[in-house]
Ligand binder design. Structure first.
Ligand code: KG4
Length: 338
């Protein structure tokens, strides 16, 4: 039986969690959103500094909540990438220090593998599986034949869908991060604005054309002195943006004959995406797992889940391990084989 202490610091949440055989013993998240909000996006230098300030407090709280000391821990799992380089360094240095001090194995975890495995807090993963990974920095379709076996079969050719939500929200005068405000406004709107459907090949995605179309439309309306109906624009935008995710996911799921579809990342909190995916899988025989809302934002509980799988494989890194801000998910298992 292994107890894993996991650390996550890839963006604007400092998080520490402890798990034991799939059971979460503690999970602490210190979010920096209120600090970055006023800049309309994450300021990397400020984020790294706040991680440095928060990490030891989170660590102490995680141990306290689990009623454990470091002597009860069997391994340290840590997000090695992708993410903001300075932020990743804080988490990795903390993890390495603990690993060295307490002579514990160090397990490098891919941030998006964490988001995918967060679904294990809801149900068992069944293969072959397709995951739609949608966040502020990523829009990917990941195919998995088995545990820890990741193949990217489609990805965005330009902007990530979450980034697009955030930019469109800014144009509409909504606060950062813009995903939730757009989601809420869209509930009261009608699809009355004509926005172009993105054209990306195969299972790939594209969001920059849609973003530009909203910006141009808002500009034209302003020039004409006509009001921009926020609810209607949010509805029209969400239909196209989420429509692309749903359409590509369902096509890939059928082509790859998957047993299960899972959603992952910040945008998987979107209520329209959740509703549409549920509708689309009906009668197909494909099982759908939707992560709980607390797992759609960054946390260390999801890193602990991956840590447990990798612990069983003795997937331990040397203390010379470095971060990789653009680490690819399909390199999760091959990293230490090189
Ligand atoms: O995975 P995540 O927490 O971190 C990054 O990749 O940075 O994702 C954050 C993204 C933001 O772009 C945010 O606007 C978006 O997830 N998001 C949403 C919703 N809630 C958060 N997008 C659409 N609908 C939502 N309800």
């Amino acid at each position: 039986m292994a107890r894993i202490l996991a650390i996550e610091s890839s963006c604007d949440e400092t998080a520490v969690a402890i798990s034991e055989e799939g059971k979460l013993l503690s999970s602490i998240v210190a979010t920096q959103i209120s600090v970055h909000e006023k800049y309309g996006g994450v300021m990397p230098e400020i984020a790294s500094r706040l991680h440095s300030e928060n990490i030891t407090v989170c660590l102490e709280q995680a141990l306290e909540e689990a009623h454990l000391t470091m002597n009860d821990i069997d391994a340290i799992a840590v997000t090695r990438g992708p993410g903001l380089i300075g932020c990743l360094h804080v988490g990795l240095q903390a993890a390495k220090t603990l690993a060295m001090l307490y002579d514990l194995p160090l397990i490098p975890v891919h941030h998006l593998a964490g988001h995918i495995y967060a679904n294990e807090y809801v149900g068992e993963l069944k293969f072959p599986l397709l995951c739609l990974v949608v966040s502020g920095g990523n829009t990917e379709l990941v195919f998995m034949k088995g545990h820890m076996d990741f193949e990217i079969i489609g990805e965005t050719q330009d902007d990530a869908v979450g980034e697009c939500f955030d930019k469109v929200a800014r144009v509409l005068g909504l606060p950062y991060p813009g995903g939730l405000p757009i989601d809420l406004h869209a509930k009261n709107g009608s699809h009355t604005y004509d926005l172009p459907k993105p054209h990306a090949e195969g299972y790939d995605f594209s969001y920059s054309g849609l973003k530009t179309a909203v910006i141009n439309l808002a500009h034209t309306l302003k020039m004409k002195g006509e009001p921009l109906r926020i609810d209607d624009m949010a509805r029209s935008f969400e239909d196209v943006a989420i429509g692309q995710c749903v359409e590509k996911t369902m096509k890939a799921a059928k082509d790859y004959k998957v047993a299960q579809i899972v959603l992952a990342g910040g945008v998987s909190a979107n209520s329209y995406l959740r509703e549409q995916m549920k509708k689309q899988v009906e009668g197909t025989g494909i099982e759908l797992i939707i992560p709980p809302l607390w797992c759609t934002t960054d946390n260390a509980a999801m890193i602990a889940r991956v840590g447990e799988h990798l612990y069983k494989r003795h997937y331990f890194a040397p203390l010379s391990l470095g971060v990789d801000p653009s680490w690819q998910i399909d390199d999760q298992l091959t990293l230490l084989a090189k």
